[in-house]
Design a protein around this ligand. Structure first.
Ligand code: FES
Length: 216
């Protein structure tokens, strides 16, 4: 396999040609915040807007999950313009997120906590007006619980469920009302779920957690 050489945050690395920057960075121990990307998903949606980086010679920051590596590329994951965009996206997200880490089964394994540290932003942001929803928690499934109030709409669960040709999950409604739910909004136990729990594995927050131990 052909590889290219590039520099990320002054670290020289190599990556397979055609690889996106996000995976090249993560594979080399350089963390870039991300929520909506999945390695197996060949067409990233770039919906969370958290993975902005600056690339030398580019006029604007780009999303690392959509940008392929190229020979001689020089990348800065901590440039001020990229950080400003990522922080705004994160703070907007947190403005509608229930922050209850001490009682959350995903505490310490939640991607939001990791991103907050990386971006140096508080989880309880004050920049935007807090607008949290109080949606019912679905505890019907024998293996996992779904708390839509902790969902960040990254779409990972929807994608893996569809990849497995199950399709128990999908998006419903628009704007602030947008939610991940089952077909017909029926309880998870009555949905087409086939108990693979892949959705729990890919969920980056406490929205989907196993009943016997939080995250996988
Ligand atoms: S991971 Fe790149 S936009 Fe979400």
């Amino acid at each position: 396999m052909k590889t290219v050489s590039l520099t990320i945050d002054d670290k020289k690395i190599t990556a397979p040609e055609g690889e996106n920057l996000l995976w090249a960075a993560l594979d080399n121990g350089i963390y870039i915040p991300n929520l909506c990307a999945l390695r197996d998903k060949s067409e990233p949606t770039a919906g969370c807007r958290l993975c902005f980086v600056e690339v030398e010679g580019y006029s604007q920051p780009v999303t690392a999950c959509t940008e392929p590596v190229s020979e001689g590329m020089v990348v800065n994951t901590k440039g001020p313009r990229a950080l400003r965009l990522a922080r705004t996206a994160f703070e907007l997200l947190m403005a509608s997120h229930t922050v209850d880490c001490a009682h959350c089964p995903a505490n310490r394994s939640c991607e939001l906590q990791k991103i907050a540290v990386q971006l140096r932003v508080k989880l309880k942001t004050k920049r935007f007006k807090k607008l949290v929803r109080d949606l019912p928690i679905d505890d019907s499934h024998p293996q996992f619980t779904y708390n839509p109030n902790k969902c960040v709409l990254c779409g990972r669960c929807v994608w893996v469920c569809r990849e497995r040709h199950i399709g128990a999950f999908g998006f419903a409604h628009r704007g602030f009302e947008r939610v991940v739910t089952t077909f017909g909004d029926e309880p998870m136990a009555e949905s087409q779920c086939q108990d693979c729990t892949e959705c729990v594995i890919v969920c980056p927050t406490g929205a989907l957690v196993l009943k016997d131990g939080g995250k996988t």
